[in-house]
Design a protein around this ligand. Sequence first.
Ligand code: GDP
Ligand code: IMO
Ligand code: MG
Length: 474
Amino acid sequence: MTLEQLTKDVQTIAIICNQWGDSGKGKFVDYFAEWADVIVRGTGGNNAGHTIVTNCKKRIFHLVPSGILHKDKINILGNGTVIDLEVLVGELDELTRGGITYNNLMISEDAHVILPYHVKRDIKRNASQKKGAIGSTGRGIGPCYADKIARRGIMIRDLFNKDILAKKIGKAKEYYQEQDIDIEYIVEELGLYAERIKPFVRDTISEMHEFIRHGKKILLEGAQGLLLSIEFGTYPYVTSSDSSVNGVAAGVGLSAKVVDLPLGIVKFPYMTRVGAGPFPTEFGGAKSEGYCASGLEHDIKYELKNYRISFEEKNGSIEYNYHDPKIIELMNSNKPFLQGIGIRLAGEEYGATTGRPRRTGWTDLAALKYAIGINGPNIILTKADVVQGANEIKLGTGYNNSENFTRDSERLRSYKPEYQQFPGFKEDISQIKDYKDLPDNLRGSINFLERYTGAGVRIISTGPDRNQTIIKDL
Ligand code: GDP
Ligand code: IMO
Ligand code: MG
């Protein structure tokens, strides 16, 4: 099938994740941006890290929509997002340095603003997994959304009225008594940022309604993943917004009903999680969770050195051979903890926002079956190229005591996964363009996923680059 056939009669597409995030949303927003007229983020803030690779150049966006490189397309930060102005302005400056213009940007006047006191509280209370917290990204997301829900949040539109701003920050002060908040200083500083973003601020909800009426093609960019959703995820080990298709639609001023094609991304045949929380299929279970909780102590450099894998540092980035024989050996270890490290190295699974090692495990089909109940049956598979050389592939098919996934984190922690096993493949799939040319073993496991979950695989991604994308025949 071609991209034209997949998008025939489609006005609105959503790119969302059916797992715990980091599945390739950035790649696919960039991919579908060519098709779209308007690209909109609806949830989250700079807790997200969305990677785009074009012509071997890697860019990571935290806040700005991943369609921004397409300068003839409108890119919007929607009403449901939370915006740290310093980070936003930093990203805009970075674009300028890269020679990219952004006159195509709109920022919702209804979005909420992350303030320094949100960040401080988040770091103190939520970020340290070692101290028993959930391991948030420490970007102030939870406290900012908490203020929004408690009706004391500061919105983008407030930035343009100093009196309202001072009054609101004064009120917020009561809730952040552990901090020494200097209202005047914050108002002054916000004023500078406000001037900078003023040309882009709009009533984006009304703009979206106009775009829909005029038949513009809309691409919604999800953040995080269904299992991290405040509504549908493994609460309390979740983020503070609804990362499902419902949340992203609401977060841009639309109903999920208008999304003609929600595409839920699934890492396959392994998946990842960053931060604390249950993960039944995790390689090495609690040992891996504890090891990854140390965050940057066990970052990419530590693991490469520890397992004696040669690497080079070039302009601040680390380069190594993902298929290094030592990595393949780890991936095929009979010790699951080491197997998890092998997959992490082969997939370069280190947080795009925090650099923390991502926990790894086989893809849990019971969790996926649950996720598609909300996000719909159309899915994209990413990262299968990573397991090239693995002797076997396993897929989670439920648990010893239940066939179904549960959002109840404590119960889920006690679940022991059951697996269906498949032989691995040795072929390099990164340049394959046709579904039928993928190794039989891989296609066998994909057929199994479709039968087990009832989902339909629409696209298979075989590498980080835009053109490493196979559209599957229906
Ligand atoms: P996002 O948060 O969902 O946008 O995902 P991240 O950018 O945090 O993490 C996904 C990583 O996988 C990025 O480094 C991408 O460049 C990379 N990636 C995306 N699709 C593929 C794929 O099919 N294969 C490989 N090897 N890497 C991929
Ligand atoms: P993208 O969009 C993976 C996780 C954090 C933590 C929990 C709460 O790149 O897929 P928060 O800072 O949101 O309060 O942290 O959610 N988390 C993510 N994990 N990908 C993300 O975004 C994430 N955003 C938040 O690690 O466990
Ligand atoms: Mg990410």
